[in-house]
Design a protein. Sequence first.
Length: 202
Amino acid sequence: MRLVYGRGLSRPDPQDIAQALTFTTAGSPGNLKNLLTLGNPNLKPETGDNFDVLVEHYLNPFGMVAAGFFYKRLSDPIVIRQMLLLREPDVFLIMGTAIAVAAVGVRLLRAAGVHAVLTGEPIHWSTRRPAPRHVLGSIIFGAGWSVAGTCPGPVAAMIGEGHLAGLVVGAGLFVGVAVQPVLFRASLRDRTPTSAAHPVGL
């Protein structure tokens, strides 16, 4: 068993705490907007207390089974707040980089004729207009992210570190990938029109 404690620290950007006025003008001709900003010297650094409890069992001759529990306590989350206010691009750049890598990767896999590991289907996709189910799926994903405090992106790293939440998220991913084709084929069958009944004369 391992008990781990760590404390992280992230300080505000210097321009956010400097007591200096910054005047900027943005917009298009005829619709210019003036913005005046003033640094806040009272901003506190973001801190995070990480608690981990890991139980590991090593198998003979090799291998390991591990389970763990972790808890993270954040204070003054300036980075996330700046991101939500569209003032800090770091998180958006991380997400954008992941999207770019995935976009190139799946196209290379499709061109090579690779099949999905879990379902065995060829990697492909179709483009269609957004539907209400897409909006509903986005809401469910966002709610799950906020409740669980995790997302599919770092699930492999979480499992590698022995975090129990990573196993739950990973299991949910595999279940969703396995169930989605079944539900999709069922919906196609339900939408397939049946032949009309013809009256029989006696």
